[in-house]
Design a protein around this ligand. Structure first.
Ligand code: 2AM
Ligand code: CA
Ligand code: CA
Ligand code: CA
Length: 299
């Protein structure tokens, strides 16, 4: 089944904008009613009525436009696997905790995978009116006019990097301690044997983190625990912006050949931005070298 990506992109942008309006309205309504949210797995894994409304809206629009395509989304997920069929993979609200608090790092994320590979992504932050898009062979853009990446500086070592991380919704030890240990190894002083990256950022939206890496505004994003709806759209955008996605269990082989692995490779991810090709080295090799420095710290 072939998909007209130009038409699909136009369609995805239009439903993302509509979803954005639902999110602005939903947030205003929540604040005026002092609405409460539901807890899923625990008291930091939250969902609102708006998450569910937006997902229902996306499903209905996609089913009407593409009756032969599949859909996987966070709020209706029931164990579906990503197959080779055209599959829309969406997160109605990425950054639900931010949405609840009114912190404006919130987005709707709409991706399309064909053959198990993300080929199209639309990520819209309605609170800052930021739209990130990408489709295979067509480049990646911010607000439909600014081509990504906007900034490509050299980056000789991970210690020069600005890196996104998140705390996730599982706060149990030893998983949390392991994560915090990694944060320490990344940020700690060189004299104590740590990497001393420029800093870590935790803005609370996986989709937006990947967009910032695609734009070159962040150097890398490391995550454990992502689901396909957190990364599908972002991976399509990042690939078109010349960035690299490393997914799943990392072995030496992960750093050879093409990155941008399958979205079901596992729940660990590392995203690296576009880099300038230096001294006869390819961009891919430079990105792999940076990823390797990362994995020497975290694996
Ligand atoms: P959500 O808002 O759609 O739930 C902040 O923690 C970011 O990580 C958000 O993008 C959030 O998505 C996502 N997230 C939620 N639970 C997670 C988990 N267990 N592991 C990794 N990311 C998670
Ligand atoms: Ca969630
Ligand atoms: Ca999410
Ligand atoms: Ca979500």
């Amino acid at each position: 089944m072939t998909v007209d990506l130009d038409a699909a992109l136009k369609f995805a942008i239009s439903i993302a904008k509509e979803a954005g309006q639902m999110m602005r309205d939903g947030q205003a309504r929540r604040f005026s009613q002092d609405a409460k949210q539901e807890e899923k797995a625990n008291s930091v894994d939250l969902v609102t009525e708006c998450d569910q409304q937006v997902e229902k809206f996306l499903v209905a629009k996609i089913k009407a436009q593409y009756p032969d395509h599949k859909f996987i989304g966070e709020e209706s997920y029931d164990g579906e696997q990503v197959t080779g069929d055209p599959t829309w993979i969406g997160d109605p609200i990425d950054g639900t905790t931010n949405f609840i608090h009114g912190f404006p790092m919130v987005a709707t994320s709409i991706g399309l995978a064909v053959g198990g590979v993300p080929v199209l992504g639309v990520i819209y932050n309605p609170f800052l009116d930021l739209l990130y898009t990408g489709a295979e062979g067509r480049g990646a853009y911010m607000n439909e006019s600014i081509k990504l990446p906007t900034a490509v500086r050299s980056l000789d070592s991970l210690s020069e990097a600005l890196v996104a991380v998140e705390y996730g919704s599982s706060r149990r030890d030893p998983a949390l301690s392991n994560k915090l240990d990694t944060f320490k190894r990344l940020t700690g002083d060189k004299r104590d044997g740590h990497k001393m990256v420029h800093s870590l950022r935790s803005v609370g939206s996986a989709a937006l983190n990947i967009c910032f890496v695609a734009a070159g505004q962040l150097d890398a994003y490391w995550e454990i625990g992502c689901w396909p709806w957190d990364v599908c759209a972002g991976m399509a955008i990042l690939k078109e912006a010349g960035g690299a996605s490393y997914a799943g269990k990392i072995t030496e082989k992960s750093f050879s050949g093409e990155p941008n692995a399958s979205i079901m490779a596992g729940r660990k991810y590392l995203f690296v931005r576009q880099l300038p090709a230096a001294k006869g080295e390819t961009v891919r090799a430079a990105q792999a070298a940076l990823a390797k420095q990362f994995y020497d710290i975290i694996e």
